[in-house]
Design a protein around this ligand. Structure first.
Ligand code: NDP
Length: 319
């Protein structure tokens, strides 16, 4: 494999792998730099590698395990000629073309780059949190709420995300305890009112989670009140962590345009970034929908945008 590629795709979640399928089928033989297995933020396959069953991805009426789904995406891209490098990008230079991408000391060059490095949920940092992810601990109510029918569960956080998750979860759960670390919510007033009005939501003020109970599945959460110091164990079978998301954009600071929240900015209705020839798709540029299917859709858009842009470039250089 030479180190020059028509297209390099950075990241291998649903967005990156869909971009790989489409650009491979467009005969661009993309190189996917897929991330490193040992990491929780840069793992090949993205956030779905940290979930168990996915029931909302179209085409799988009986559900599919997240890692299995991503393996199928990957196999499909490989079948059409995508190459994979299991490594993490350490540096980039998009100031001139061909673009340069480093993996430690090795340089890879590309005529076009698709950025699909995704985002990660901010976690509480508790021992056992990663082990119980997908086994009671979750970061996505839309994905996992269904599994908690008639159960008592908790949501951690006091922002709009936490309230949105809590309200959604009341469709399934018998009771939702919203664990808020202060005595007020950060969420917008309208969301606060919705939470206050919902009879299934109990707001537990001034409360932080200290520990998770359960070895195979979550059986409870040890919490303490920061004002009184009281320690209790809530007998919850689900704990949804909704304390924010962080896009994986450190590599692109000062290089690609991003909002105050660190998400990459793409031109509306497209995957164009502010650097011509660099495209972005998936959660790295979407803080609104954050679904596998929407990420995959934008990955398809990025591949088509890149293909058309490359085609226009070659006409320009030949004519
Ligand atoms: P926010 O940063 O707005 O809120 C994070 C919440 O988590 C805060 O209540 C914060 O507490 C709490 N928190 C942070 N760290 C911890 C911790 N270690 N332990 C316990 N609690 C913690 O993030 P969101 O994801 O809620 O929202 C992000 C943005 O997206 C916001 O601008 C929001 O308005 C927007 N959004 C809008 C929606 C809508 O309009 N429907 C839906 C979802 C998001 P503290 O307040 O004490 O810092």
């Amino acid at each position: 494999m030479t180190n020059h590629h028509r297209v390099i795709i950075i990241g291998s979640g649903p967005a990156g792998l869909t971009a790989a399928i489409y650009s491979a089928r467009a005969d661009l033989a993309p190189l996917v730099i897929e991330g490193e297995p040992s990491s929780t933020s840069d793992q090949p396959g993205g956030q779905l590698m940290l979930t168990t069953e996915v029931e909302n991805f179209p085409g799988f009426p009986s559900g599919v395990m997240g890692p299995e789904l991503m393996l199928q995406f990957r196999d499909q891209a490989a079948r059409f000629g995508a190459h994979f490098l299991t490594a993490k990008v350490t540096a980039i230079d998009f100031s001139e073309r061909p673009f340069k991408v480093w993996v430690r000391d090795e340089i890879y060059t590309a005529d076009a780059v698709i950025v699909s490095t995704g985002a990660q949920s901010v976690m509480l940092g508790l021992e056992g949190e990663n082990r119980l992810l997908g086994h009671g601990v979750s970061t996505c109510a839309t994905c996992d709420g269904f599994f908690f029918r008639d159960q008592h569960i908790a949501v951690v956080g006091g922002g709009d995300s936490a309230i949105e998750e809590a309200i959604f979860l009341t469709k399934f759960a018998s009771k939702v305890s919203l664990l808020v670390r202060r005595d007020e919510l950060r969420a917008s007033k309208i969301m606060q009112q919705r939470a206050f009005k919902n009879p299934k939501i109990e707001i537990v003020w001034n409360t932080v989670v200290d520990d998770l109970v359960g070895s195979i599945r979550l059986e409870g959460a040890v919490v303490h009140n920061v004002v009184t110091g009281d320690v209790t164990t809530l007998p919850v079978t689900g704990l949804f962590v909704a304390i924010g998301h962080r896009p994986n954009t450190d590599l692109f600071k000062g290089v690609l345009q991003m909002g105050d929240n660190g998400y990459l900015i793409t031109q509306p209705g497209s995957t164009y970034t502010d650097v011509e020839g660099v495209f972005a798709c998936g959660d790295v540029q979407d803080h609104t929908y954050r679904q596998a299917v929407t990420a995959a859709g934008s990955g398809c858009m990025a591949a088509i945008d890149a293909e058309r842009w490359l085609e226009a470039q070659s006409h320009r250089s030949h004519g």
